[in-house]
Design a protein around this ligand. Structure first.
Ligand SMILES: Nc1ncnc2c1ncn2[C@@H]1O[C@H](COP(=O)(O)OP(=O)(O)OP(=O)(O)O)[C@@H](O)[C@H]1O
Ligand SMILES: [Mg+2]
Ligand SMILES: [Zn+2]
Length: 322
């Protein structure tokens, strides 16, 4: 089901969903939680508090927990759209299977910019080098040896159709989709990325450069292209923050696709379109702080609209009418 958790700011939505639910489910599944942002002063980070409470039921249908947020993907520019979504593996296989690569005994690892044999050694496959300036902060400049290509000359001599591996990383998702028309394995993730409106991104775009909304859609697209396994609990806290109305529609399509595939989606949300589209609402409140923290009503949107004590009810009435 697609469940939305509503309530005024400070009513306890994030405490319930992003903290308690996530911690308890992760503990039950024996799944480690992704580390919180390690940057910043460790003393200023919230001390991990033991979460009270227990899961009463429902875990039988859940095998995996995924939190999808707008935090950047990866911390190094070595992670990019192609590596993160996994489509770089079959692409490297394609290069390794060309007659010239076979003749030279180049394997798929040769076409990774993280492996010494194929990459440019001057920049260690980064494509740029740090230039120390005397009185100014250091700057990054394109690598003078590979000119940003990230690979050594020998590797770049191998062409798949008419393109080198560096050329492929320079393609947009849309162009790559056309270029790899004959290869279903490479095309599947590209199709999903196009579906979520990211056809304009370059395959080699460093993951650290993606905007929050883009990062979130890349994460969802990566989930969507997995062979349908179902039984996954997806938790999202205010996923529409910063999204354009048309991107909200796209996000809704993705979330619904996950539910159709047999998964469970729980979102904390203030955006009425998402709230109205949910199968089930849990309204937390009624107020903020000490006046919050209670389940005001848990029901389908049409029913919540008629609840006398729910603060979201009048907005739902207006939204559902309009
Ligand atoms: N670690 C904490 N210790 C004490 N109080 C906390 C802690 N975390 C949250 N609170 C308080 O609990 C209440 C609920 O916070 P929570 O973050 O769950 O709200 P929310 O419903 O997600 O609000 P918003 O819509 O603004 O994100 C707030 O009054 C908040 O100040
Ligand atoms: Mg919150
Ligand atoms: Zn280089």
């Amino acid at each position: 089901m697609f469940t939305a958790v509503t309530g005024v700011s400070g009513s306890g939505k994030s405490s319930l969903v992003s903290q308690v639910l996530v911690e308890l489910v992760a503990a039950q599944l024996g799944q480690a939680l992704p580390a919180e942002d390690e940057e910043g002063d460790p003393l200023e980070r919230a001390a991990p508090e033991a979460t009270g409470g227990r899961l009463a039921s429902g875990l039988a249908g859940i095998r995996r927990l995924v939190q999808v947020d707008q935090r950047p993907i990866g911390r190094t520019p070595r992670s990019n759209l192609a590596t993160y979504t996994g489509l770089f593996d079959p692409v490297r296989q394609l290069f390794a299977s060309t007659p010239e690569a076979k003749k030279r005994r180049y394997d798929a690892g040769r076409f990774s910019f993280n492996v010494a044999k194929g990459r440019c050694e001057n920049c260690q496959g980064e494509g740029f080098v740090m230039v120390e300036l005397l009185f100014l902060p250091s700057v990054y400049a394109p690598c003078p040896v590979c000119h940003g290509a990230r690979y050594n000359e020998k590797t770049l001599e191998i062409k798949y159709q008419d393109k080198s591996i560096a050329d492929v990383l320079g393609l947009t998702v849309d162009d790559a989709w056309a270029f790899f028309a004959d290869d279903a394995t490479v095309r599947r993730p590209l199709t999903v990325l196009r579906d979520v409106g990211l056809g304009y991104l370059r395959l080699g775009q460093p993951a650290t450069e993606l905007s929050g909304g883009e990062a979130q859609r890349v994460k969802l697209a990566t989930e969507l292209q997995r062979p349908a396994r179902g039984h996954t609990l997806y938790v999202l806290d205010e996923p529409t923050t910063g999204l354009h109305p048309s991107d909200v529609e796209r996000l809704l399509l993705q979330l619904n696709a996950l539910v159709e595939a047999g998964n469970t989606v729980v979102v904390v949300e203030h955006e009425m379109r998402v709230i109205a589209a949910a199968d089930w609402l849990i309204d937390i409140g009624p107020g903020a702080g000490d006046e919050g923290g209670k389940v005001v009503i848990a029901a389908p949107p049409s029913e919540v609209a008629g609840a006398p004590n729910s603060r979201i009810a009048p907005y739902l009435v207006r939204f559902l009418a309009g």
